[in-house]
Structures are given as C-alpha cells and as structure tokens.
Design a protein around this ligand. Structure first.
Ligand SMILES: C[S@@+](CC[C@H](N)C(=O)[O-])C[C@H]1O[C@@H](n2cnc3c(N)ncnc32)[C@H](O)[C@@H]1O
Length: 222
C-alpha cells in the first residue's frame, strides 16, 4: 500500500503492538527524562503533546504538570492510551483526535499551553514551517516547546520506502524554522542514538535530538 503523509491508517494498524517494541519504550523513557530535565515542568503548567501515540512519553510527564492534552491523528493509538489512563486512574490527561497540520481551529481553539512537546512525530508532518506556526499559536507567551526527532539521516531509517517522511532534520534549518514561528531556541542536545539494522540491511546509528525553544513574541499570521 502506498502511504501518504500523516497516514492515520498506518498508525491505526500498528497501535495494538506499538508498546511491544523494547527500543521504542526505551527511547520514550529517555525522551521523557530529557524533557523533564530540560524544561523542569511545574504543577501550574498546561501541557500538550502532539503525536502522543500510546502515551509512552506523556504517561511519564503527566505527574509533573497540571493538565495534559494528548493529541494524535490515529484513533487506535489514542484508544490504547485511553485504556492505559483508565487502568492507571490518572485524572489530568485528556486525549483528542486532532490534526494540528490542518488548523488550530478545533477543539484546541482558544486554549493556551505553557508547554508543548513531541517525540518522533515532526518528521511525519509535511509542512514543518506551517505546523510550527500552528504550535506557536497555541503556546502562551514565555511558553516552552520541546521537540525530539531524528537528526538528518540517510533515508533508510524507515522500513517502508513508500512512507512519506522527512529524513530527519538539519539542526540549523530547524532552528531557523522555529525562529520564524516566534520560537527562540534555548538548547539542542543529543539524547538518544538508535542503533538499528536499516532498510539496506546495514547496522547504522541514528541520533535523536531534543530542541527546546521559548515563545518570545506573538505569532503573526501571513
Ligand atoms: C512515530 S509515532 C510516535 C508516537 C509517540 N510519540 C511515541 O514516541 O511512541 C508518530 C505519531 O504521530 C502521529 N501523527 C502523525 N501526524 C500527526 C499530526 N499531524 N498531528 C498529530 N499527530 C500526528 C501518528 O499517528 C503517531 O501516533
């Protein structure tokens, strides 16, 4: 099947087995710990994760913030997360099937967040600049965005050659896009390295960055 950008079908198919991958769980734990260390979240913060998947990151972060809006475009990923929330008794996470690429005029409209974060999702979104602008619109002034994703890679990280993805990000180019969305970069760090057999059958290293940025001016709509 030819996959398109942001194929909810693909993630719907993968949702029930998503948490079975030990490397995926290890990355998510590392991401959560890195975000907590870099951002130092506090109990007054309203937080949002875009591309939350089954909540591997957000279930670690929820205890440190006031409220957490977990959004994704895959209903099946969200169903797995919702089941975990129900089992755990966590009361401050709200899930919603929302595509921030399309618009911020949605269930999230009028809401503001002090923290917006994401793990391994940005490379699945076609128009990075427009998306970051939408993210910035939802962030309160002084709010923090924390994004983890792949550094520029050889194009062989994903197993399906037909899947539409960015092949990681150049840090300078991403910093410029964040800046264009009114988000000033405060740090870039390498927080994890995937060592995996890639699509060509070669064991290769794929570093993952965490970038944090602060909203220092209101978003101007073009
Ligand atoms: C590689 S998975 C990462 C999931 C989770 N963050 C984790 O680390 O396990 C990417 C997730 O982003 C979601 N996604 C893709 N495009 C999206 C969009 N435009 N808005 C929200 N979620 C999106 C997918 O449905 C999927 O759950």
């Amino acid at each position: 099947m030819v996959e398109k950008w942001n194929s909810a079908d693909k993630f719907n198919r993968e949702a029930s087995q998503w948490d079975e991958n030990p490397q995926r769980r290890a990355v998510a734990l590392g991401v959560a710990q890195a975000i907590i260390a870099a951002v130092k979240p506090v109990k007054t913060m309203r937080a949002l994760e875009f591309g939350c998947g089954t909540g591997l990151v957000s279930l670690e972060i929820a205890q440190f913030v006031k409220t957490l809006s977990a959004i994704d475009t895959s209903t099946e990923m969200l169903a797995v997360l919702q089941a975990k929330i129900s089992r755990s008794g966590i009361t401050n996470i709200e899930t919603s099937c929302t595509n921030l690429s399309a618009s911020t005029e949605s269930a999230l409209n009028e809401q503001q967040f002090e923290l917006i974060y994401s793990s391994m999702t940005l490379h699945h979104i076609d128009d990075t600049a427009a998306f970051l602008n939408n993210v910035s619109t939802l962030l309160s002034l002084g709010g923090i965005v924390a994004i983890t994703d792949l550094d520029l890679e050889d194009g062989l990280f994903h197993d399906d050659p037909l899947e539409h993805v960015h092949h990681g990000f150049d840090r300078k180019e991403l910093a410029a896009l964040l800046n264009g969305a009114g988000l000033q970069v405060t740090s870039f760090e390498t927080i994890y390295t995937f060592n995996k057999t890639n699509r060509a059958g070669i064991i290769a290293s794929y570093p993952v960055f965490l970038v944090t940025a602060t909203k220092n001016k209101p978003v101007t709509q073009e």
